[in-house]
Design a protein around this ligand. Structure first.
Ligand SMILES: CC(C)(COP(=O)(O)OP(=O)(O)OC[C@H]1O[C@@H](n2cnc3c(N)ncnc32)[C@H](O)[C@@H]1OP(=O)(O)O)[C@@H](O)C(=O)NCCC(=O)NCCS
Length: 255
C-alpha cells in the first residue's frame, strides 16, 4: 500500500468492506493500450456495444477503463471474477448488482470526468458520487440559474470572483451526488432541494422542498481527487467511516 499526499491509498483490493464502511476508489482513465485491451476483455457484450458507439476514441477508452475497473473492484469485494459480475438497471439507468449478487447488500456508484473516475462502494447504504473537471467558463450565472435553486443562486452571487468557481462546482457535484444517490436522475427537479456549498460550509443537504424525502437521511462528503477536479459523495445514514483508495492497473494480474 502506498499513501499519497491527498490520503488516497494505492492498493489492489481493500480487503472486504465492513458494515458502516464507505470506500471510494480513484481510477486513472488514461492508460496504455495493453491495459485498455485487458479491460475491454472484461466487459459484457452490451458494454462493448456501448463503448463502440462513442464517436471519439478517447471517450471509448475512458468508458472501457472505468467499466473494466468497476468490474474488477466489485469482483474483489464479492470474491468473483470481473466477468461474473452482472448488472441490472433502475428506471433512470442506475446500475445495481443483479441477483444473486445483490443479496450481498453491496451498493456502488460510478462517476467519471476528464481523466478520473470515482467508484463509491458500501454495504446496505444507498450512495451517489460525482466528479467534475473544473471548467471555469462553465461556472456562469446563466448556468447556475438553469440548474440551481433560487436560494443557491442567491448565495452564489454573494461570493467574490476568487471563490465563485470553486463554489459553483461544489454546488454542482453535491447536487449531482444527491440525484445519483436517489437514482432518479432529472426526475428530481434541481430547484426542489438545496445543498450547502459556500466556502467554509460543511457539505450537507439543507432542505428538500417536495415529496416525502427527509433531508437528514443523507450525509455528504467533499472529495479531493486531484488538482482541477471537484467531487462529492452522498451516503444514506450518518454513521459511517470513509476510506479512500487509489486503483492502479499495475496490480492487475498479467499486466
Ligand atoms: C447518470 C446521471 C444521473 C449523471 O450523469 P453524469 O453526471 O453525466 O455522469 P457521471 O459520470 O457522474 O455518472 C455516470 C455513471 O453513473 C451511473 N448512473 C447511470 N444512471 C444513473 C442514475 N440514474 N443514478 C445514479 N447513477 C447512475 C452509471 O454508472 C454511469 O456510468 P456509465 O455512463 O459509464 O454507465 C445523468 O443521467 C443525469 O441525469 N445527470 C443530470 C445532469 C445535470 O443536469 N446535473 C445538474 C447538476 S446541478
Amino acid at each position: 500500500m502506498v499513501n499519497d499526499a491527498q490520503g488516497w491509498i494505492a492498493t489492489a483490493e481493500a480487503g472486504g468492506i465492513r458494515p458502516g464502511d464507505v470506500h471510494v476508489w480513484r481510477i486513472g482513465l488514461v492508460q496504455p493500450e495493453r491495459v485498455i485491451q485487458h479491460y475491454r476483455e472484461l466487459l459484457a457484450a452490451n458494454e462493448i456495444e456501448r463503448a463502440d458507439r462513442f464517436y471519439f476514441a478517447k471517450d471509448r477508452t475512458r468508458f472501457t477503463v472505468a467499466r473494466g475497473a468497476m468490474r474488477q473492484l466489485l469482483g474483489t469485494y464479492l470474491s468473483l471474477g470481473p466477468r461474473e459480475i452482472s448488472f441490472v438497471y433502475g428506471p433512470q439507468g442506475k446500475p445495481d448488482l443483479a441477483a444473486p449478487q445483490s443479496a450481498s447488500g453491496l451498493r456502488f456508484n460510478l462517476s467519471h470526468s476528464g481523466e478520473i473516475a470515482l467508484l463509491a462502494v458500501a454495504r446496505n447504504m444507498e450512495l451517489g458520487v460525482d466528479v467534475e473537471q473544473i471548467r471555469p467558463d462553465f461556472a456562469s450565472g446563466e448556468i447556475a440559474t438553469r440548474f440551481f435553486s433560487p436560494e443557491e443562486c442567491a448565495k452564489l452571487t454573494t461570493l467574490n470572483a476568487d471563490q465563485s468557481i470553486d463554489a459553483f462546482f461544489n454546488c454542482w457535484t453535491r447536487k449531482e451526488a444527491y440525484i445519483k444517490a436517489r437514482g432518479e436522475g432529472l426526475f428530481i427537479p434541481l430547484d426542489s432541494f438545496e445543498v450547502a456549498f459556500a466556502p467554509g460550509e460543511e457539505p450537507a443537504l439543507l432542505q428538500v422542498k417536495s415529496g416525502d424525502e427527509f433531508f437528514s437521511r443523507w450525509r455528504f462528503h467533499a472529495l479531493h481527487p486531484g488538482p482541477g477536479y471537484k467531487a462529492a459523495l452522498a451516503v444514506e445514514g450518518s454513521d459511517h467511516v470513509l476510506r479512500l483508495w487509489e486503483w492502479s492497473p499495475q496490480y492487475l494480474p498479467g499486466i
